[in-house]
Design a protein. Structure first.
Length: 543
């Protein structure tokens, strides 16, 4: 603070802010370096030494702005590394919020004493407990030795924006700092599976600039790169279980390909992460960076609250009927087939969608129950069974924990429902609805404990049902301009067969039948997709 007799004025008599700033700088610059730094704390003096080394400016003072002195996202990474080595752990957002040595030192002096001790980066030490969904996915992945690896997710979006590699790198660093799950892996030991969390990680980033070939050819290169990334998979014990590739298609347009393992994020969380990434990238590109609000429910707090959250006693009717069903027997197919996940996509006519939902609601059931029934009826016809289990994927967020809808983690889980195709469509709908309610009520329970004693093929059915209904909070204009028609996604699911019902941006409701060609033949998948469409039409006709 500089005390003066009067503030400088402009010719109009208003306070001259620029002249005032120069007065402060002139006073700060007076005297030798020892005088300037003597007012700094020990933290500040250590920071200033690092600051000068990283930026290559021995003349820099405690009030020189990091970014105005030549700092960028790459320099931020080096600064964080050097500070960590000196026992001054900082985050990238700290540098943005406190871009001078004096301000950053003050921030660290105020907060370091209140920060929990940084856990050592030794596997399994002070790491968060694995969530049940994470453990089940890890088991399926590690036991199912195949290529591509089970549990992988790929998503690609094309942006009508300039590719700024520094902004991209920094946005990824900020995401990894913000969400512990992005710094977490899973390893196995004598005591079972446990989490391995690192203090900091760098998300692998591949960048390909436009080199004269056309945008269409660049898209093909991006898809070929994605195919290789899917084949490579991840070592689950080595975080981050996420990698990104950026392909510049032409000036003002680029595509991003994300590859991750489901063990770190479910679909709900992935929507949140994508939204946060776009906000960060847009603000960094525009030079108007603002740190995101602190996560309301970080991973460790979420894990603690879930462990303390009581689960109601499971429905006896649900469990009794599960014990009475026979495992779903998919039609036999040749072994050793293609291991790449395949799918059949189709759009549901708006009038059909409205009618199916209407019939379900008229029976007092959730709208998703209509699609679940159509899938169950199609499976019954193709597999020639009337009593069988069917996995239903829940968001894992039907728990009385405040702000769980904002949590970024792998919470989604699949629990079986018994399918009984006897009776009228309304009777089938009501039975399925009761079983859906029983499943959703167990979102805080450990499936392994809940389903103990059931046959493995009943506990983990061969077919699963996913009804995506992500939060409305993400609706509205996106921070970045996407080219929706160019977006795509794919998964290597842990079930041989899955029906995913989802809203396609601007294109209405869609169904996607995913299958593993090594276990489900292409003709079987084609017939099943046809039978699902017919079942939806039959149900819609009852409206």
């Amino acid at each position: 603070m500089l005390v003066v007799d009067a503030l400088p004025r402009t010719t109009n008599g208003k306070a001259d802010r620029k002249a005032s700033a120069r007065m402060v700088r002139d006073v700060a610059d007076q005297g030798d370096d020892a005088t300037c730094t003597s007012a700094l704390t020990g933290t500040g003096r250590r920071l200033l030494t690092i600051w000068r080394q990283v930026l290559g400016g021995p003349e820099l003072g405690p009030d020189d702005d990091f970014f105005r002195s030549g700092g960028d996202s790459i320099a931020t990474i080096r600064l964080r590394h050097e500070c960590a080595e000196a026992g001054l752990p900082i985050q990238a957002m700290d540098v943005f919020a406190h871009p001078t040595v004096r301000r950053l030192a003050g921030h660290l002096d105020r907060t370091l004493a209140d920060r929990p001790a940084t856990p050592p980066t030794v596997a399994g030490v002070d790491a968060p407990t694995l969530l049940p969904a994470q453990r089940r996915l890890a088991v399926a992945t590690l036991l199912g030795e195949r290529t591509p690896q089970l549990g992988l997710v790929q998503e690609s979006h094309e942006y009508e924006e300039e590719l700024d590699v520094d902004a991209l790198r920094t946005a990824l660093d900020l995401l990894a700092e913000r969400h512990e799950v992005l710094r977490t892996g899973v390893e196995s030991g004598t005591g079972g599976f446990r989490a391995r969390t690192e203090e900091r990680v760098t998300v692998p980033l591949t960048v390909r600039r436009a080199d004269g070939i056309g945008a269409a050819a660049r898209r093909e290169l991006a898809r070929a790169h994605a195919d290789v990334a899917l084949q490579e998979g991840f070592d689950l014990s080595v975080p981050p279980l996420l990698k990104v590739a950026a392909f510049e298609l032409e000036p003002g347009r680029f595509t991003l390909v994300w590859t991750l393992h489901h063990v770190i994020s479910d679909g709900w969380s992935w929507e949140l992460l994508q939204h946060e990434f776009e906000i960060l990238y847009a603000s960094l590109r525009q030079g108007r960076f603002r740190p995101l609000p602190a996560a309301v429910l970080p991973l460790r707090e979420l894990t603690r609250r879930l462990a303390q959250s009581p689960s109601p006693a499971p429905s006896r009717e649900w469990l009794d009927e599960l014990r009475a069903v026979s495992p779903l027997a998919l039609p036999p197919t040749r072994t050793g087939g293609d291991t790449d996940r395949a799918h059949v996509d189709w759009a549901v006519a708006p009038e059909t969608d409205a009618a199916v939902r209407g019939v379900a609601m008229s029976a007092g059931c959730a709208p998703s129950t209509g699609y679940l029934l159509a899938y169950a009826e199609a499976l019954g016809r193709v597999c020639r069974q009337s009593l069988f289990p069917l996995g239903v994927v829940s968001s894992g967020r039907n728990v009385d924990i405040p702000y769980i809808d904002t949590a970024v983690a792998c919470l989604a889980r699949s629990l079986p429902v018994p399918v009984d195709l006897s009776g009228t469509s309304h009777e089938r709908l009501r039975r399925l609805h009761r079983h859906l309610a029983a499943v959703l009520a167990q979102d805080s329970a450990d499936p392994d404990d809940l389903l103990a004693g059931l046959a493995p093929a009943v506990r983990d059915p061969a077919a699963a049902f996913v009804f995506q209904n992500y939060p409305d909070a993400l609706s509205g204009p996106a921070p970045l301009r996407r080219a929706p028609a160019a977006s795509w996604w794919r998964e290597t699911g842990s079930e041989p067969l899955a029906l995913v019902c989802h809203e396609e941006s601007g294109e209405g409701f869609h169904c996607r039948l995913e299958y593993d060609p090594a276990e489900v033949s292409v003709p079987t998948a084609t017939v099943l997709a046809r039978e699902i469409r017919r079942a939806l039409d039959r149900l819609a006709a009852e409206a």
